[in-house]
Design a protein around this ligand. Structure first.
Ligand SMILES: Nc1ncnc2c1ncn2[C@@H]1O[C@H](COP(=O)(O)OP(=O)(O)OP(=O)(O)O)[C@@H](O)[C@H]1O
Length: 298
């Protein structure tokens, strides 16, 4: 379906290409995002993550390829289509003298011809800004300011939310609260979310699926567990048996642990099961790509 469909993927990208001057930044990117999915787009600096997101938002025109967002080509999206998207950019520096509630109230009006926006008080409660409702934006701390950015992205109850490095500048508590908010949005509101981050723990915690963009193509697409298996295929199991330490690398951690308890029961202690972390996987994939490049250049 070409327009406005509620079925099928929320984002569909096929053979997306982007060239700036003579530089090919995207060289055939393929992926999709389904309704209510949280997907993290990872990649080194300059990989083309912001370019990809801005093409999907309709802020940049692609060089080639097929792109559909909520059933529409973003290059031709109208206001009604745009009202179904939420965008959280790198921090917003305008409107310093506006109070938080007034800003959200003002922005909510923009959506009313198209959909039922959040009530500003409900939205401030959702993002943890109730105490700052009457504070001017330029008096907020960096983390509070970022919450305003998130609230601005959410005000129209988007079906699809783009988050570009959402938690830069958050303290650990704000970060954790933000993670809970993202989970709630995906579960209760069925909002699909595409986020970019350099924080791999954050990606692993939040995203059901990870995309790794390197060299202008998606080199990995899967759950964190699937990517870990692709790279190492092994799970590390550590334990003590009768006080002696053991570290073993096995294919199937669950089966191995079951076997250990069946054989040794209470003699097993201090059990830890660790599959490759997303960070290990990510660094291995970027390294592989770079060494391939060097091979080709030679
Ligand atoms: N308007 C533009 N004109 C020319 N080149 C551009 C333009 N925008 C981006 N680029 C180049 O395209 C490449 C990808 O940039 P982009 O901002 O999409 O990367 P990114 O993955 O978001 O990086 P980061 O992690 O550093 O934010 C970079 O080499 C950048 O210099």
């Amino acid at each position: 379906m070409e327009t406005g469909g509620n079925d099928g993927p929320v984002i569909e990208v096929r053979d997306l290409r982007m060239r700036y001057g003579s530089a090919d930044v995207l060289r055939g990117v393929d992926f999709h995002v389904g309704r209510g999915e949280v997907v993290a787009l990872l990649g080194p600096n300059g990989a083309g993550k912001t370019t990809t997101i801005e093409i999907l938002e309709g802020f940049r025109l692609r060089s080639a390829g097929r792109v559909r967002v909520l059933g529409t080509d973003p290059g031709r999206g109208d206001e009604a289509w745009r009202a179904r998207l939420g965008v959280v950019l790198q921090s917003w520096r305008d409107h310093g003298r506006w109070k938080v509630r007034d800003l959200l109230d003002h922005l909510a009006r923009y959506y009313t011809p198209y959909r039922r926006p959040y009530d500003p008080d409900e939205l401030m409660a959702l993002v943890g800004l109730t105490g700052q409702a009457d504070t001017m934006l330029h008096r907020l701390s960096g983390g509070q300011r970022r919450r305003v950015d998130v609230a601005v992205g959410l005000v129209g109850r988007p079906e699809l939310l783009f988050l570009d490095e959402p938690t830069v500048g958050f303290d650990p508590q704000a970060r954790q609260e933000f993670h809970e908010l993202v989970r709630r949005l995906a579960e209760l509101e069925d909002t699909a979310i595409l986020l970019t981050t350099h924080d791999l723990d954050e990606a692993e915690k939040l995203a059901g699926r990870i995309l790794i963009l390197v060299g202008g193509v998606i080199v990995a697409d899967g759950t964190p567990a699937e990517l870990a298996r692709q790279v190492s295929g092994k799970t590390e199991v550590r334990y003590t048996r009768d006080g002696e330490r053991y570290v073993e690398n096995v294919e199937d951690g669950t089966a191995h642990v079951r076997d250990l308890f069946a054989r040794y029961g209470d003699a097993i202690g201090d059990l830890e099961v660790r599959r490759a972390r997303l960070e290990d996987v990510y660094l291995a994939m970027v390294r592989d790509f770079e060494s391939e490049q060097r091979g080709e250049a030679a």
